[in-house]
Design a protein. Structure first.
Length: 418
């Protein structure tokens, strides 16, 4: 790992995060951290030390997708993984055990100071019968960054990957049986501060846990996703904040505007930023516009990552990479700041081709409309008003890797425990 570049003294958060990452011995392969300081020799996260307590396999039956997603409770699989951490003792041995409640004191840090981060990825039952994860290394690395951003303990991302694979190797065969090819489970790793002491401070106790559950399919709503731009008095994230980290504090405050948009017939908020009205994210997903420039060049445009305003989505990253590799002769992929006024101008001039949201939950979801300050932008949706040509192509590229129609390094096969 490269040594962090020296930054201005005013860049407190970025400098601190760089130093925390540099001080992770598991990531650097040496015992000295930044500036030559000694790194703690306390136990690190180690998937090989996991203990397994199995649930009664007959105690619960596997519901259909419709049954699992019909109620007000997320239906999880038989098991979960938990790992505790303390500043004094380091990481404890991981445990795979029956799914059930966690025990927290009312004064736990997470309940008062938002010391919580999480990830979201899916396990897929392929059409070839195999069980796969999609780019779990990206999720594990991002979770480390999120964890360190809110002063929770670091870990080797590879060990988190191994724990996810263990959970899926145990619960995958029952909850994603081979006869359900084309189905998926949603995997939620999280780290929370558990120290039972009030006071604004970095927690000295934490818990990592991983669950797997059902999630409804949200990638093709009837008529496409309709977006309403955020009100002028509300934004989701800001430069210098934590929009690039997957922390709970990014989501709760956005629900008020989202609920209001849904009451008006829209599915999500298109979050704009700054007086310029830069387009950033669609709900909690990354957002893509496909349009022609004034000169006629077909471009796939999405917000950049360099200002740390938006989340570095795994689906986003995959779409950008695959579009550049496989559609190079048809369109140009552009990561830049662009405004809602550019969208309105492109609409007025008939240059908009398609638009879509991309994320783990929504996968690749076509956008059919954007409403901004009384103006409706209608976006083409392809044949029969379902999905546009290029949106479908990109969705097919990614989906084929997820479900094993294409053998690709991004599709990590799980060795199942039958």
């Amino acid at each position: 790992m490269t040594v962090p570049q020296k930054r201005p003294a005013e860049d407190l958060t970025v400098t601190a995060l760089d130093n925390r990452i540099a001080e992770e011995p598991a990531l650097n392969g040496h015992s000295n951290g930044a500036n030559g300081h000694a790194v703690s020799s306390l136990p690190t996260l180690d998937a090989s030390k996991i203990t397994i307590t199995r649930a009664d396999p007959n105690a619960r039956t596997v519901p259909t997708e419709a049954e699992a997603n019909s109620g007000n409770e997320t239906i999880c699989t038989d098991h979960m993984i938990t790992v505790s951490w303390t500043a004094a003792k380091g990481w404890a041995n991981p445990e795979l055990k029956p799914y059930g409640p966690l025990s927290l004191m009312p004064t736990a840090s997470v309940l008062h100071y938002a010391t919580e981060c999480f990830e979201g990825l899916k396990a897929f039952r392929g059409y070839d019968g195999k069980l796969r994860l999609f780019r779990p290394d990206c999720n594990a690395e991002r979770m480390l960054m999120s964890t360190l951003r809110i002063s929770l303990p670091g870990f080797d991302p590879k060990e988190l990957e191994k724990l996810i694979e263990i959970l899926m190797s145990v619960d995958g065969p029952k909850w994603l049986p081979k006869e359900r090819a084309g189905s998926f489970l949603y995997i939620r790793p999280a780290v929370i501060g558990t120290q039972p002491q009030l006071g604004v401070q970095a927690p000295k106790e934490a818990l990592l846990f991983i669950t797997a559950s059902f999630m409804p399919r949200m990638d093709l709503p009837e008529g496409g996703m309709k977006l309403h731009t955020n009100p002028e008095d509300m934004i989701r994230a800001w430069v210098g904040g934590f929009g690039y980290a997957k922390v709970g504090a990014n989501y709760g405050p956005s629900l008020l505007a989202t609920a209001e948009a849904r009451s008006r017939g829209f599915g999500q908020i298109l979050w704009l930023y700054g007086p310029e009205g830069y387009c950033t994210e669609a709900g909690a997903s990354n957002f893509f516009m496909l349009w022609r420039t004034k000169e006629g060049q077909l471009q796939l445009v999405t917000a950049p990552l360099d200002d740390k305003l938006i989340l570095d989505g795994v689906t986003r990253r995959s779409v950008v990479q695959l579009a550049r590799e496989r559609l190079a002769g048809e369109l140009e992929v552009v990561e830049r700041k662009y405004t809602i006024d550019e969208v309105l101008e492109a609409d007025k001039e008939g240059r908009i081709v398609e638009a879509f949201a991309a994320g783990t939950a929504f996968f690749i979801c076509p956008v059919s409309e954007i409403h901004h300050r009384g103006i409706d932008v209608k976006i083409p949706m392809g044949k029969e008003g379902k999905i546009g040509h290029y949106t479908a192509k990109l969705k097919g590229f990614v989906g084929d890797i997820m479900y094993g129609n294409e053998q690709h390094p991004w599709g990590v096969v799980i060795q199942e425990q039958e």
